[in-house]
Design a protein around this ligand. Structure first.
Ligand SMILES: [Cu+2]
Length: 530
């Protein structure tokens, strides 16, 4: 089974800072595929117990997780790559970082410690808000994506801290079983910090999920996927624009798709059902995943937990920030190799052992429960407010993107979205751009109502939405609890949200990190009812 993750050694500091230029790109397809086993991130280990901020009589597990620079092998035939990762006192650092395992209602405390170098090794654009030249180069703050977290622990983008400092976050985890993930969220350099490796998985479990007897233990495998660009020395090669004074680029698409931090790994599996917890952790790439032999993927859960019923898919479409809970049945594939493909590229090979008497035949996915977890629909009539919110790209005279905006407002402008705690709202995401944007709201889970084409030119001329087609229901595998939604181009995407949990300041943003960093993020205030 899998090996340990990319481990840091004695090279956590003292590396040269690269000049901000784009070097000759390695062609990832020139590498020999399937020579490295799929790494499985270690489970994070607490180092003790500390009083809960909510009730000092309650002691919560306390984790101390440091961010550090290290060198890791992403492929057998590449030199070690400089990366930033997370690690505990006796672990790592690794990228992805250690996986958190917890149960619904079991709160925990994490002290996130910045032990990164003082210089960034990826190209900062000082024109971007929050990343001006007078700001420290290396800043970090951690957000638990999908967590129902008090505002002071949510990783507000301006709450960054520098090397040598730390911040303690309280995660109450009062929410359904789901795959969450943690990643950096520092204002103006988030895209670079995540590209450098600052992300990891976080699982919440509960009794309902237990009762379904899904594959677990070594039969449940996280697949944390993201694309990168490497240079010929095996180093991360973040692209820059032709203008040296303005290095920001609007999108980054790499040809090297890593799974749990490895390029083209393999996983030895038994001829039985496995559960794969897939995260699209890419900066900007949308994934289109399928199995090479045409077998279907059974999707049983989405961002915020189990679907009402399994959905059979030929191909899974997953936007940055989204998660999919999959079951794959290898029971009829004994002795064969099957690849998980993104588009036409095989990114992970499953080596299915021959069926023998020695291997217990577990319940095949054809015997998956036909119903999983009820997802009660939020009625539109329960919404007390509907907000129409535009997604806008601002171009220069040569039609090159300058910035991306939500509702034509910049990050630093006064808060305009201020839902009342425990109220329900409909948010209409009016996408006037040519691109799909995965929109993520912190704190909450929501449901997708529909998507509908509208006339964008009309919208710019008259400021009103004229629909040009019927409302389209969300795909079957989107009809669960979500925290990130694909807002497709030229469409109004409607979501219905109950603002539960905590009053306070949060953010909503595009999860294409290049967009988020360049203004496609806004604060919102959940206001306590009077
Ligand atoms: Cu975007």
């Amino acid at each position: 089974m899998p090996t340990a993750l990319l481990h840091g050694g004695s090279t956590q500091s003292g590396l040269q800072t690269a000049a901000p230029k784009f070097r000759t790109q390695l062609s990832a397809n020139s590498l020999t595929p399937f020579v490295d086993p799929l790494p499985i991130p270690e489970i994070a280990r607490p180092s003790g117990f500390r009083p809960s901020p909510a009730d000092a009589k309650v002691k919560l597990p306390y984790y101390r997780i440091a961010m550090r620079q290290f060198e890791g092998k992403v492929h057998r035939d590449l030199k070690p790559t400089r990366l930033w990762g997370y690690g505990g006192p006796l672990q790592g650092p690794t990228s992805p970082g250690p996986t958190f395992e917890t149960r619904s209602g079991q709160g925990l405390l994490v002290e996130w410690v910045n032990e990164l170098p003082d210089k960034h090794f990826l190209p900062i654009d000082h024109n971007i808000h929050g990343a001006e030249a007078d700001k420290p180069e290396v800043r970090a703050v951690v957000h638990l994506h999908g967590g129902k977290t008090p505002p002071g622990s949510d990783g507000y983008p301006e709450s960054w801290f520098v090397s040598g400092k730390s911040g303690v976050c309280h995660y109450p985890n009062q929410q359904d079983a789901a795959m969450l993930w943690y990643h950096d969220h520092a204002l103006g350099i988030n895209r670079l910090n995540v590209f450098a490796g600052l992300l990891g998985a976080f699982f919440v479990r509960d009794e309902f999920e237990d009762s379904l007897e899904l594959p677990r233990g070594k039969y449940e495998v996280p697949l944390i996927m993201y694309d990168r660009i490497f240079d010929l020395d095996g180093q991360l090669n973040y692209p820059v624009s032709p203008d040296a004074q303005k290095p920001w680029v609007a999108e980054v698409f790499g040809d090297a798709l890593l799974v749990n931090g490895k390029l083209f790994p393999y996983l030895e599996v038994e001829p039985r059902a496995y559960r794969f917890r897939v995260l699209n952790g890419a900066n900007g790439r949308f994934l289109h995943l399928s199995l090479s032999d045409g077998h279907k993927l059974q999707q049983i859960g989405t961002d915020q937990g189990l679907l009402a019923a399994p959905v059979a898919l030929d191909r899974l479409y997953l936007a940055p920030g989204e998660r999919a809970d999959l079951v794959v049945d290898f029971s009829e594939l004994g002795g064969r190799n099957v690849a998980l493909k993104n588009d036409i590229q095989a990114v992970l090979q499953f080596r299915v052992a021959k069926a023998t008497n020695g291997i217990a035949s577990a319940r095949p996915s054809s015997l998956l429960p036909t119903s999983l977890r009820p997802v009660p629909k939020i009625g539109e009539s329960s919404a007390v407010k509907t907000r129409s919110l535009t997604l806008v790209e601002v171009d220069d005279l040569k039609q090159r993107p300058l910035t991306m905006l939500l509702n034509n407002t910049h990050w630093s402008m006064p808060v305009t979205e201020n839902p009342v705690l425990d109220s329900t709202e409909i948010w209409e995401l009016v996408n006037t751009t040519d691109d799909a944007h995965p929109i993520h709201l912190h704190l909450v889970r929501f449901q997708i109502l529909d998507r509908r084409n509208f006339n964008v030119t009309d919208y710019w001329m008259k400021g009103t939405v004229r629909y040009t087609g019927p409302a389209v229901a969300p795909d079957a595998n989107e009809a669960g609890w979500k925290d990130t939604v694909r807002a497709d181009p030229g469409m109004v995407t409607r979501i219905i949200v109950r603002f539960e949990g905590y009053a306070g300041r949060y953010v909503w943003h595009c999860h294409i990190l290049e967009h988020e960093d360049n203004e496609m993020m806004r604060p919102f205030d959940v206001v306590a009812a009077r």
